[in-house]
Write a protein that binds this ligand. Structure first.
Ligand code: DAK
Length: 259
């Protein structure tokens, strides 16, 4: 299958696949089409016996700057809950093979949520992480409040989610979000090396190890993610959400009304 918004390749010798987000003009913002393609690629990886691990990457400037705000700006709560978007994220979350995420540049909002669905994060020195949704009148809606709080602890997650502040690779490493940091020119190769190493292990043991480790961090995760989603969709009924997203599109500062 050919894709428009992602680039997929397979290293059959080293037994892993690479999915690279490829909407550079929008800093790899995750629009509906890109997500559809990504899910389709992962369905193929799931079935392919040559693929024992996956590297998920963006480009040097951006892993992904979040969900596509231009697409979301006019969406209704009902559309957010029914358009099939939620199912796509669920499907990625349910992927059984290990995902090594290679992050350089912006990894924000839904971009960070996607990275956290992965299993290991290799960051470049220029990686910039953040959950900036608050700045456009919403909250993380793809598990960010839950996964970041479980990874970094309540206080840290609270600060990052309430301020929307961006943070670098070093801070990500300290809080246990990133596993390793490498220079920009080698981070992707290092992610591939790690994927190849994991892919050389016995596939069934790897799969069950992933499932078991996820259990440690996921008590009630699915329920809590559902809860977060409902709050996210609820914010689509507010004027501040319309204002926040419109202000981003118009490249101006939003004016909040508290309603
Ligand atoms: N959406 C759409 N377009 C984006 C974008 C985004 N998230 N981020 C950047 N772009 C576009 C810009 O509009 C610009 O397009 P043109 O003006 O050239 O047409 C182009 O990419 C380059 O961006 P900038 O000109 O803004 O570049 P700068 O270097 O000045 O700034 C930046 C880079 C990353 C700081 C800035 O672009 C930025 O703040 N971007 C938005 C970051 C953000 O707020 N992300 C969170 C979005 S909300 C859910 C699933 C997912 C989600 C929620 C629910 N469910 C399953 C329920 C996720 C939500 C989000 O991610």
């Amino acid at each position: 299958m050919t894709y428009q918004h992602i680039i997929v390749s397979k290293e059959t010798e080293r037994k892993f696949a690479v999915a690279q987000l490829n909407r550079p003009q929008a800093l790899n913002a995750l629009n509906f089409e890109l997500m559809t393609e990504l899910v389709s690629a992962f369905r193929d990886f799931a079935k392919d016996p040559v693929v024992n691990a996956v590297v998920l990457a963006g480009n040097e400037k951006a892993f992904a700057a979040g969900a596509d705000i231009k697409e979301m700006a006019t969406a209704t709560s009902v559309e957010m809950l029914t358009k099939g978007y939620l199912e796509m994220w669920d499907e990625l979350h349910a992927f059984k093979k290990p995902i090594v995420v290679a992050v350089s540049g912006y990894c924000l909002g839904g971009g960070l949520e996607l990275a956290m669905i992965g299993d290991i994060i290799i960051a470049s020195e220029t990686a910039k992480f953040g959950q900036p949704e608050i700045n456009i009148g919403v909250i993380p809606g793809a598990g960010g409040t839950q996964r970041l709080a479980r990874l970094a602890g309540k206080m840290k997650a609270m600060e990052l989610i309430l301020t929307g502040r961006q943070f670098g690779a070093e801070e990500a490493l300290q809080m246990g979000l990133a596993n390793k940091i490498f220079p920009v020119d080698s981070y992707l190769d290092e992610a591939k090396k790690l994927a190849a190493e994991i892919a050389s292990k016995p596939p069934m043991a790897v799969r069950l190890a992933k499932e078991a480790v996820l259990r440690a961090a996921s008590t009630n995760l699915q329920n809590d993610v559902e809860f977060e989603r409902r709050l996210f969709a609820l914010l689509f009924a507010t004027e501040d959400m319309r204002e926040g997203m419109q202000a981003f599109i118009e490249k101006r500062k939003p004016v909040w009304k508290g309603r």
